[in-house]
Design a protein around this ligand. Structure first.
Ligand code: NAD
Length: 334
């Protein structure tokens, strides 16, 4: 039976993968550890590994995996900024992903962050549990007639745009590859940054989008702008964000991702000292809401992730081609 090493495994992953593989599928070795050059050895008797967003699939890891006979990496996510595709290609390692498991799950989470911040329900929740029924400090804002800037109008961004339009907001979008005719009004990035009341990020992390929201970009934004990021943390210069939250330039920020998240996200570090002061200070602000890269985490998405990942692995083991296989050139074009 084919063996797969499944890194960074959580109980919810096991639930959905076990349901589909019970008795028939490949043998899965669940490993709680992340994939790194040092932990690659744990998959030495496997033909494939299954990895997630914070696993390290840099040049050193892929080289070690290939040297010990691993032939494929099946990512159980859409983004692949953590993979050195060129190095994987050179080492003869095939890389697969799940391009669209449930874009609506991510879009709904972005909307949840936005509505929580505009109506301050995160603060109301903690207050009423303490029997504090005061409304002081809880004045919100409507989304109706506000301008929501959507950066990246692919599968997630398009759905998010549709959701906020349903609430009566106007949408201005920016995409390097616009989908003309989809009823979306496209503007230049600079105009979006200058005019938007809300900026929501839905583009991938690539060398050209690293720190897309830079210190200079924050400077050009409207006072009180709301920032939503469910894409990848390094799209935002976190220190610049923190400074702009402190100055009041940024009215609120909803972050499902954070550029240094790999050290803490998905783990319970509540009894440890957290050394990342930027994150510490962001978490301490009443108008910053951080979730732990959970936008994908719905029953529907987990089921779809397991189905597509196992289908990708089946295609690999059967020697069949798959549209979900990534090639080095895609890293440059997205
Ligand atoms: P997608 O590939 O369908 O869409 C991405 C869009 O971004 C495309 O339209 C592309 O043209 C555009 N784009 C690329 N470079 C750009 C740039 N420089 N400026 C503006 N637009 C640019 O991807 P998707 O399925 O909509 O997912 C979007 C992102 O969401 C992914 O890249 C991933 O990082 C993130 N994501 C996060 C979670 C989560 O749990 N938080 C889950 C899934 C995906």
């Amino acid at each position: 039976m084919e063996k797969i090493a499944f890194y960074d495994a959580k109980s919810y992953d096991r639930t959905y993968f076990d349901r589909l593989t019970a008795g028939t599928g490949p043998e899965i070795r669940y490993l709680e550890t992340r994939l790194t050059p040092e932990t690659a050895i744990l998959s030495r008797d496997c033909r494939a590994v299954c990895a997630f967003v914070n696993d390290d699939l840099g040049a050193e890891t892929v080289k070690r995996l290939a040297e010990q006979g691993v032939g494929a990496v099946a990512l159980r996510c859409a983004g692949y900024n953590n993979v050195d595709l060129a190095a994987a290609g050179e080492a003869g390692l095939r890389v697969y992903r799940v391009p669209a498991y449930s874009p609506v799950s991510v879009a709904e989470h972005a909307l949840a962050l936005l509505l929580t911040l505009t109506r301050k329900t995160h603060r109301a929740f903690t207050r009423t549990r303490e029997r504090n029924f005061s409304l002081e400090g809880l004045v919100g804002t409507n989304l109706e007639n506000k301008l929501v800037g959507v950066i990246g109008t692919g599968k997630v961004g398009t759905r998010f745009a549709g959701m906020v339009r349903g609430l009566g907001a106007h949408v201005a979008a920016y995409d390097t590859n616009p989908t003309w005719g989809a009823g979306i009004e496209y503007v230049r990035l600079d105009e979006l940054i200058r005019r938007a009341d809300v900026i929501s990020l839905h583009c991938p992390l690539t060398p050209s989008t690293y720190h897309l929201l830079s210190r200079a970009a924050f400077h050009r934004m409207r006072d009180g702008v709301i920032i939503i990021n469910t894409s990848r943390g390094a799209l935002i210069d976190s220190e610049a964000l923190l400074d702009n939250v402190k100055s009041g330039k940024v009215g609120a920020a909803g972050l499902d991702v954070y550029e240094e998240e790999a050290d803490v996200f998905y783990e319970d570090v509540s009894s440890k000292v957290m050394r990342d002061d930027t994150l510490n200070l962001l978490l301490s602000q009443p108008n910053v809401l951080v979730t732990s890269h959970q936008a994908f985490l719905t029953e529907e998405a987990l089921r779809a992730i397991a189905e597509t990942t196992l289908e990708n692995l089946r295609a690999f083991f059967a020697g069949e081609s798959s549209d979900n296989e990534l090639r080095a050139r895609e890293a440059e074009t997205v």
